[in-house]
Design a protein around this ligand. Structure first.
Ligand SMILES: *[C@@H]1O[C@H](CO)[C@@H](O)[C@H](O)[C@H]1NC(C)=O
Ligand SMILES: *[C@@H]1O[C@H](CO)[C@@H](O)[C@H](O)[C@H]1NC(C)=O
Length: 413
């Protein structure tokens, strides 16, 4: 039954531009139904307070499907933008940043997508949802955490996001809402072929040509059926686009209603370059290490990256594990900071990293593309005798002398 509602939603007046995906994709978005009525108001357009927050996205009723154009290093096919994410901003353009740690699903997304009927979505993500350092799964986890946010207002925790676990039909499989999220993002992205739309207007990547913002937005507005996106630039080089939506109903099976961007992006009004992808694709975390980042987070989890994939991270004693990660406090600057966990301060003694053992050392941070890596005395390599799994943990040694070598990535919590 939901498929009919979904078809009506996607092909009806609410989505004016042509849907470019294979029509079978329409049936992949959700294996579950929200049960929401189709007469709820669109998010951000209600005139009275809505009480059923499983069927009305608030806060976070302004949804942005963001896409990257990464050229150096480049990611994804040379004739397609890549997925950044789907962000639930507040109607007033502010946004929440807390996330629900119980739903981080760290290290589980690939399995969840595979076992819950979304293998095609996963295959698509591997080509079109790329992390600039090759750490795709941790990038997907990071994007998912923005939508699995937990909102707290005056002591009350309320399910403000229609993908809250409390909004799922009873008996739903663990992670069903994450699978819905990834299916939805992929489907929306397929309906927004930015590269094709620009190329239809004879705007293709070039290292010499420049464009006005008006010529880019007007081409995209025409192709999308009348909706202007926001364009972001790195200096004068186009590098990101945000397509905006309101939502009628639940993310599970509601209608994404395209709207014109309520804010402009960071591109200048003229002299914009749409550069070709360089073709150099980075696949390991350390290969793009480029000195200290501008800032480090004050609260972070520390993830282990091995051969470009996240394998768990650090617990509060400073051991490596695939269990729920500890939150660390960082004090100082990127060049020199201390680390503290709930067990106490962290330090390196006889080459072993540990927290709460009485040692305290200073660490530094090194940028690697979009990641921030932990360094001890300038060494980005950490190693252990074995890769942990289940309830086992391994001691973390500084340097690459033990069998399993990895880097540690600092992820803002
Ligand atoms: C729309 O509904 C939300 C959620 O109930 C509420 O917070 C907001 O104030 C409502 N907006 C108006 C204009 O009533
Ligand atoms: C990390 O280990 C690799 C291989 O053992 C070595 O080539 C590299 O220099 C080390 N990097 C650092 C920053 O120590």
């Amino acid at each position: 039954m939901f498929a009919v509602t979904l078809l009506a939603g996607l092909f009806g007046s609410s989505l004016a531009y042509p849907f470019s995906g294979n029509s079978e994709d329409l049936f992949q978005r959700a294996g579950i139904s929200s049960g929401c009525s189709s007469t709820v108001p669109e998010s951000c357009t209600n005139s009275t307070a809505q009480s059923d927050l499983c069927c009305f996205q608030a806060p976070g009723g302004l949804l942005l499907q963001t896409q990257f154009w990464d050229t150096n290093p480049s990611t994804g096919p040379s004739d397609s933008w890549t997925i950044h994410g789907l962000w639930p901003d507040n109607c007033d353009l502010t946004f929440e940043s807390s996330c629900d740690p119980s739903r981080a699903y760290t290290g589980l997304l690939t399995d969840m997508l595979t076992t819950q009927g979304a293998a095609d979505t996963l295959t698509f993500m591997k080509t079109f949802w790329k992390d600039i350092n090759g750490n795709d799964e941790s990038f997907w986890e990071h994007e998912w955490s923005k939508v699995s946010a937990e909102h707290r207002t005056s002591q009350a925790v309320f399910s403000s996001i229609t993908l809250d676990v409390a909004c799922l039909p009873s008996g739903s499989i663990k992670g069903a809402e994450a699978v819905v999220y990834f299916n939805t993002v992929v489907q929306l992205f397929k309906s927004l072929p930015t590269y094709q739309w620009l190329s239809d207007a004879r705007i293709t990547p070039s290292s010499s040509e420049t464009h006005t913002l008006a010529s880019l937005t007007s081409a995209l507005k025409t192709a999308s059926g009348g909706f202007t996106p926001a364009l972001d630039c790195d200096s004068t080089a186009l590098n990101q686009i945000s397509w905006y939506f309101h939502l009628r109903g639940s993310i599970i099976d509601g209608d994404f209603v395209p709207i014109t961007a309520p804010e402009t992006g960071s591109c200048p009004s003229s002299g914009i370059k749409y550069l070709p992808k360089s073709g150099t694709t980075k696949t390991s975390a350390t290969s793009t290490a480029t000195g200290a980042p501008n800032a480090i987070p004050t609260k972070a989890t520390i993830h282990a990256l091995q051969n470009g994939a996240q394998v768990g991270g650090l617990l509060s004693l400073g051991t490596w594990s695939t269990q729920s990660l500890a939150t660390y406090t960082l004090s100082g600057t990127a060049d020199s900071f201390t680390l503290t966990s709930s067990k106490g301060s962290c330090g390196v003694s006889e080459g072993v990293f540990a927290c709460g053992s009485g040692d305290s050392s200073s660490f530094s941070a090194v940028s690697s593309g979009k990641s921030i890596l932990l360094a001890s005395n300038g060494d980005l390599n950490f190693s252990s005798d074995f890769v942990p799994s289940g309830s086992t943990v391994s001691a973390v040694n500084v340097g690459a002398n033990s069998k399993e070598v990895y880097t540690l990535s600092i992820i803002s919590a």
